[in-house]
Design a protein around this ligand. Structure first.
Ligand code: ADP
Length: 257
C-alpha cells in the first residue's frame, strides 16, 4: 500500500513554508521560499518544491491544511487553521509539556502559552509595528550594508555590546548611524540590535516555564536564544526546524482531521 502523506502550507507575510509528514507524524520533507506579492503562486511553487524533495506526486498527499497570514490563498488546501494553533501543535509535538512558544517572524511576533495537555491558555501578538521582528533586523542589516546571514556570527564576536535605546525602526537607524560615527564596532551594534529584539519580545507578555522558539529569525540567529535565556532566566530551547514549525503543525492537523 502506498504511504499516506499529509502536508501543511504556512503562507507567512515574508516566507512560505511547506512540510510533508507521514501517518506516523514524521517530517519527511520541507521547503521554504519568499512569499512575495503572489501568495497563491508562492504556495503552489513551495508545495511543488517539497513534493520534488520527496520524489512524490501531488495525488499521494491525502490532506493539506493551510496556515499563516496568507492561508486563504491556498486553493489546494482542504482546511485552514490559525498560526497560533499550528505553532502550538508543532512545538507541543516535540515538547509535550506546559510551554511558552515564542515565534519571531518576518513581520509579527507571537507568544503562545499551552498547558501540559497542549491546550492553548493565552496568546499575545504584535502585528502593528516592525520593532522586534525580522523586518527590523532586515532593515538594520540593509542600512549597515551587511548580509543577513552574517549577523549571528558578528554578534557572537561582540565584546562591547552597545545599547540601542529606540525600539522604533526609523529612530533605531538614526541612532545606529550616530553610534557608528562615534566609533562603535558593527558587531557591537548588531548584538545591541538583537538585544533590542529580545527586549521587545519579552515585554509582550510574562514569560513562564520552558520557552520554545520558532520562526525564521531564530533559525538564522540562534544567539537570540542565549540572550533570551539570560534575560528571562527561563529554560529556552530552539525548536527543531524552527522556520517550518507552523507548516509542520498544519501537517499534523491535516493528519489528525
Ligand atoms: P513569516 O513571518 O513570513 O512566517 P519567517 O518566520 O520565515 O517569516 O521569518 C522571516 C525572517 O527570518 C526574516 O525577516 C529574516 O529576519 C529571517 N530570515 C529568513 N531567511 C533568512 C536568511 N536566508 N538569512 C538570514 N535571515 C533570514
Amino acid at each position: 500500500m502506498a504511504m499516506e502523506l499529509f502536508a501543511g502550507v504556512d503562507v507567512g507575510s515574508t516566507t512560505t513554508k511547506v512540510a510533508i509528514i507521514d501517518s506516523s507524524e514524521k517530517l519527511l520533507a520541507d521547503a521554504i521560499d519568499k512569499s512575495g506579492f503572489d501568495f497563491s503562486g508562492a504556495a503552489e511553487s513551495v508545495f511543488n518544491q517539497a513534493l520534488e524533495v520527496l520524489g512524490v506526486e501531488r495525488q499521494q498527499v491525502k490532506r493539506v491544511v493551510s496556515t499563516g497570514y496568507g492561508r486563504r490563498n491556498v486553493a489546494f488546501a482542504d482546511e485552514m487553521r490559525t498560526e497560533i494553533l499550528c505553532h502550538s501543535a508543532g512545538a507541543y509535538h516535540y515538547y509535550p509539556e506546559a510551554l511558552t512558544i515564542i515565534d519571531i517572524g518576518g513581520q509579527d511576533n507571537k507568544i503562545i502559552r499551552v498547558n501540559a495537555a497542549g491546550e492553548r491558555e493565552t496568546f499575545s501578538m504584535n502585528r502593528k509595528c516592525a520593532a522586534g521582528t525580522g523586518a527590523f533586523i532586515e532593515e538594520i542589516a540593509y542600512r549597515l550594508g551587511l548580509e543577513l546571514s552574517d549577523l549571528n556570527g558578528m554578534a557572537e564576536k561582540s565584546e562591547n555590546e552597545v545599547s540601542i535605546g529606540s525600539f522604533c525602526t526609523v529612530f533605531s537607524c538614526t541612532e545606529i548611524l550616530g553610534l557608528l560615527r562615534r566609533g562603535a564596532k558593527p558587531e557591537d551594534i548588531v548584538k545591541g540590535v538583537f538585544r533590542s529584539v529580545v527586549k521587545r519580545v519579552v515585554e509582550m507578555d510574562t514569560i513562564v516555564g520552558k520557552v520554545v522558539l520558532t520562526g525564521g529569525v531564530i533559525a538564522y540567529n540562534p544567539i537570540i536564544a542565549e540572550m533570551m535565556a539570560e534575560m528571562t532566566e527561563s529554560q529556552v530551547v530552539i525548536a527543531p526546524h524552527p522556520q517550518t514549525m507552523g507548516a509542520f503543525g498544519a501537517a499534523l492537523t491535516a493528519r489528525n482531521l
